[in-house]
Every structure is written in C-alpha cells, then in structure tokens.
Design a protein around this ligand. Structure first.
Ligand SMILES: C[S@@+](CC[C@H](N)C(=O)[O-])C[C@H]1O[C@@H](n2cnc3c(N)ncnc32)[C@H](O)[C@@H]1O
Ligand code: SF4
Length: 461
C-alpha cells in the first residue's frame, strides 16, 4: 500500500497549535460534576445487563516502582512489595463482584485493557488471580483485543509468558526516548538493549502486535538525539507507535515543577523533533493516524483508518468497538449510552467507599440530548474524519445545517484554512484537517468557552 505522505511545515503547525481537549470523551472531563453517584452507576449497570450489548473493560493498576519526572498518568509510587498488589487486588475483585452483581449476568468483553501505572507491578500470581476472576464474571472474547501496558524495565520472560498464556494478545511498551542524558534527566534509565530484549520476547511468544510509546519535547532532547532514538525504534519495527507531545502540566502534576525549564527544548525545536520523527515513520512504511499515532500499513489500525472504520475511546484508537465501557480501579472511567462515570482518584477514598459496600464513584456526567448530538459529531470527526448529514438526520431527526447554524462560521473558517471539504451532504477532513482534527471539533464543543475560563489544556503540539 502506498503511504499518503502529507507535507506539513512549521508555519502551518504553529497556526493550528492550540490548547484544547483531546476528546477522548465529549463532554470533556472538566465539564463533569458530582450528579453521578453510585446509585446512578448501579442503574446504568442494571440496564446494561438487560441488553445484548458488548463491553470494553478497563483495569487501572496504578503502582510504579519509581516516578518518571515527566509522568502525567494517575500513579502511586511503591516499593516492589507484594503486599500493595494483594491489597489493591482484593479491592479490585470486590469492585468487580459488585459491578457484576449489578449487571446480573455474564456479558461479553470485546476489548480488555490493563493500564497504569504499571500493570506488571503485580506478581504473576496476582495477575493470574485477577484475570481468572474476570473470566468468572465476564465472557472474554479471545479474538478481541486483550491488551496490557508494560514497562520494559520491570518485565521478565516468565511474566510475559504468563500474560500470553492468560490470553493477552497486544502489548504496549513505554519506550519514551533512548538517549542516556534524557533518560537520566527524567529518572528513567532504560537502555536500548532492555527494550530490544523485551520486543524479542513479545515476538517469540506470538503476541499479535506491539506498540511503542515515545514522547517528544522531553528535557535535553534535540533533533539529533531524537533522530537516533527514532532510528533505533525503526530497527525494531513495532506494529504501532504512539508519538506523544510531552504534556507539561505543572499546575496538576507537582513533580513536573522540579524540571529544569531551561533543559526543555524550545517550541521550535519541539516542532522540528515531531516533524523529523513523523517523516521517518511515514517514509518507513507507517500510516499516520491523526496527530500522534502511527501504524504499519498492514496493521488493522491503518487499514481501519483508510476504510473509515476507526473507533476511539479512553483506551485510544481501536478497531474492535464495544457498545459500553466499564472502568475498574482507582480513577477509572466508564461510559454508558448516556453517562460517564469516574471512580475516586485518591486510593484511600476508593478503598473506603468499597468498604462501605458502595460502588466507588466520584463524579461523572449525565448527557443531555444536545450533549449526545455534539458527542456524535465530535466522535464522527475524531474517528472517521467526516460527517454524513443524512446519517445525522436519520439518527437525531433534525437537519444538521439547521441545528448547527451557529457553527456555520466556524466551518467556513475551517474550509478557508484547508482543514475540511464541504459537500451538500458531507463534511470531510482534508489531510491537514486529519492532523488538526481537534481544532475542527472544538467549534462543536458547547462547554469550551466556559471551560477555557477555568481549565488549562495542553497544546496540540
Ligand atoms: C501508563 S504509561 C505506560 C506503561 C508504563 N508505566 C511505562 O511507563 O512504561 C503510559 C504512557 O503515557 C505517556 N505519558 C506519560 N506522561 C506523559 C506526559 N506528561 N506527556 C506525554 N506522554 C506521557 C508515556 O509515553 C507512557 O508510556
Ligand atoms: S511513565 Fe509509566 S513507569 Fe513512569 S511513572 Fe508514569 S506510569 Fe509509572
């Protein structure tokens, strides 16, 4: 397959580089509130159990042995002592049993994901127990996506083998950067050989695919240093690559404040690093998917992207969409037809609520009809990069142009900027628009003006 190589330059990027939500959900998290309680969650679970819908199931495993200073994930640092995993597992199993009881029957899981933190902080025995108990409560589709995030520094061949035997078929490795100085500055020493060894094991054990996470914009990175990182990545040819822009959120993540600001690459250099990496990936047979994802042309993600059959949820892009989404563990998020639900973010609150026999809900969002209409539009742009106005009318019984008459000016600006093409029944993102799809979506976000007064978002680049 020929890779469509879209040339983008710095001026274009600088023009469209705005701060905004990443739209893994609409409405975005800052618009959520405390109207969503354990009781609301309980009702949604019951209703789900009465349907024939399928499920994506996410487990958040928050522990890490040490803190990478760039990290923006929900993590808890603990020494590698199995008592932490045992305690957490016990609460997870309790939560799962409560959720399963509220559902009332065994539902089919099309997508299972263990994320973190570092899921492999758990011992083999703890992982086995968690997985086998999940199978007691749910029918896990073994042909579905069964994925886990792995820190290459803390994995052994035996642990990987155990995961493969349990049924995991997709691995995502935190790689970030191979340069020794960069690694040292972010408290994450991880030589190439460690990643190479882990990749070899993953392939030996017959996992279906491997993803590498990389970050650009880290302290001491230069275009030359990152070129070497990318060249090394290319020798291992992961099926997928997530190339994240370093999200510097010192107002949320206090540990990031300790970073020496003078060691961060300038915005110009950061852009150069991104463009350099993007060029190498695209020239080496990867399909660019939106801003920060790349997949080898024969990977099902690239094929789904080209066929307009890509889906997106909190776990990222997927080709195996499920109807509903349940998140288990501290800070996890779930989604039902008309509601987002988020668990407590503080471990103590999560444990205490479960001790009281309640589902550990902290907040969420119940969607109005307008939310659902806008969610459909934003989702359609984010995943399929187009809007079919007839489909919209069939679904919501309203005319797209009438409903969004106030958004017309935004669409015209997008058209002038070359982000979209418009036909009477269709709006389609251009090649450039696919990269800056968030900018197109932001014009349909009813909460954005209010959120921008109170929330700081990370930049696109
Ligand atoms: C849960 S971690 C992956 C698994 C494992 N904990 C590890 O680091 O190897 C998720 C990923 O989020 C990305 N990430 C974390 N903090 C980030 C930040 N501030 N900006 C951009 N990406 C970040 C990293 O690429 C990381 O691999
Ligand atoms: S990047 Fe991964 S290993 Fe590092 S602190 Fe964050 S979750 Fe833990």
């Amino acid at each position: 397959m020929i890779n469509m190589h879209l040339h983008i330059d710095k001026t274009t990027i600088l023009k469209h580089d705005v701060a905004g939500p990443r739209y893994t959900s609409y409405p975005a998290a800052p618009a959520w509130n405390e109207d969503v309680t354990s009781e609301v969650y309980q009702e949604r679970l019951k209703k789900f159990g009465e349907s024939a819908k399928t499920l994506s199931l996410y487990f958040h495993l928050p522990f890490c042995r040490s803190l990478c200073t760039f990290c923006a994930c929900n993590v808890i640092i603990r020494q590698p002592d199995e008592k932490y995993g045992n305690e957490y597992n016990a609460y997870l199993l309790k939560e799962m049993a409560m959720v399963s009881q509220a559902i009332g029957k065994k539902m089919t899981v099309k997508q299972l994901h263990w994320g973190g933190g570092t899921p492999t902080f758990l011992t083999e025995l703890q992982m086995e127990k968690l997985f086998l108990r999940t199978e007691k409560h749910f029918n896990i589709d073994k042909e579905g996506e069964i994925a886990i995030e792995i820190d290459p520094r803390t994995i052994s061949f035996d642990k990987l083998k155990c995961l493969r035997q349990l049924g995991f078929n997709r691995i995502s490795l935190g790689v970030q950067d191979f340069n020794a100085k960069v690694q040292q500055s972010v408290n994450r020493i991880q030589p190439f050989e460690v990643v190479e060894r882990c990749t070899t094991w993953v392939r030996q054990l017959g996992f279906k695919s491997i993803n590498f996470d990389l970050i650009y914009g880290l302290p001491h990175q230069t275009t030359e240093s990152f070129r070497k990182t990318v060249d090394l990545v290319m020798t291992l040819k992961p099926n997928r690559i997530a190339l994240y822009s370093f999200a510097y959120l010192p107002w949320l993540k206090k540990h990031q404040r300790k970073m020496d600001l003078s060691s961060l690459p300038t915005r110009e250099t950061k852009l150069d690093i991104f463009l350099l990496a993007r060029d190498i990936f695209v020239n080496d047979g990867y399909q660019a998917i939106a801003m920060d994802h790349f997949a080898l042309a024969d990977d099902e993600l690239a094929q789904a992207f080209n066929a307009g059959k890509l889906y997106r949820n909190f776990m990222g892009y997927t080709v195996k969409p499920a109807d509903e989404y349940i998140g288990l563990g501290v800070s996890s998020i779930g989604f039902f037809e008309d509601a987002f639900i988020q668990n407590h973010k503080i471990l103590r609150d999560y444990y205490e609520t479960l001790d009281k026999g309640q589902l550990p809900v902290e907040r969420g969002k119940i969607l109005s009809q307008d939310d659902r209409i806008r969610q459909w539009v934003i989702h359609s742009f984010m995943c399929h990069f187009e809007i079919n106005k007839r489909e919209f009318k069939d679904k919501f019984f309203v005319d797209f142009d009438e409903y969004f008459s106030s958004e017309r000016a935004h669409l015209n600006r997008c058209l002038e900027d070359g982000l979209i093409c418009m036909k009477p029944d269709q709006i389609t993102a251009s090649g450039l628009g696919k990269i800056f799809i968030r900018n197109v979506c932001m014009g349909f976000d009813a909460y954005l003006p209010q959120m921008q007064k109170t929330t700081r978002f990370s930049q696109t680049v």
